[in-house]
Ligand binder design. Sequence first.
Ligand SMILES: Nc1ncnc2c1ncn2[C@@H]1O[C@H](COP(=O)(O)OP(=O)(O)OP(=O)(O)O)[C@@H](O)[C@H]1O
Ligand SMILES: [Mg+2]
Length: 228
Amino acid sequence: MTNATDSAPLLTGRNLTKTVQVGTQSLPIIKEVDITVNSGEFVVIMGKSGSGKSTLLGLLAALDYPDAGDVHLAGQALHKLSEDELAAIRQQQMGFVFQSFHLLPTLSVAENIAFPLDIARRPDPSRVDALIEAVGLSHRRDSLPAQLSGGEQQRTAVARALVANPQIVFADEPTGNLDEHNAEQVMQLLLDLRSEVGAALVIVTHDAALAKLADRVIVMHDGRIQDS
Ligand SMILES: Nc1ncnc2c1ncn2[C@@H]1O[C@H](COP(=O)(O)OP(=O)(O)OP(=O)(O)O)[C@@H](O)[C@H]1O
Ligand SMILES: [Mg+2]
């Protein structure tokens, strides 16, 4: 990653609006949000419970369609793509880490980490080995998720998110289910690996210490980005 690309816009959300149907009423939960994430940038999203953080992350990560507005990733208009096209972009260009790990229960640590490369038909066993080593799970490579501690599961998820060298990684409270020690370890790995890959990182967290490390902190309030 060169310095020239580091300040270029990678992901842009413009005028993003998301409405949910509650009974007969249509309630906006994301309201005309504008947001840009540059290549390689580390952005933290904070805000009270219910302020719209997870919904916004879902729109940016093309896990959900906005009702109005648009999302562009590296010049591609995501809101115009079909589910299949979006799935391909998520596979090839994005990484995800969720609060509740989301590992595939029937696959081993090594198979879970290899999964993004396998579905893209780009198997790379030495890359998988390097990631297993980097997250300290060489002794657990053949274990199933249910046989792992929470910290080990999330380290697996972090390795999986980065294995295919995504341009951007989205994380929604990735340390929310971990104790302080494991939370710190997982965050450090996420930050180290994303630096190595040169990926941008957009992370929803309540952790003020983590926010201090970010290039930029965005605070959500009632479906909007609060003025900083
Ligand atoms: N499918 C839905 N139907 C109705 N309301 C919804 C739906 N999804 C989200 N909401 C509401 O939208 C608001 C924003 O939800 P969201 O999950 O984005 O908040 P959040 O900031 O991530 O909160 P938390 O910190 O608790 O995870 C909340 O008031 C939530 O109840
Ligand atoms: Mg949330």
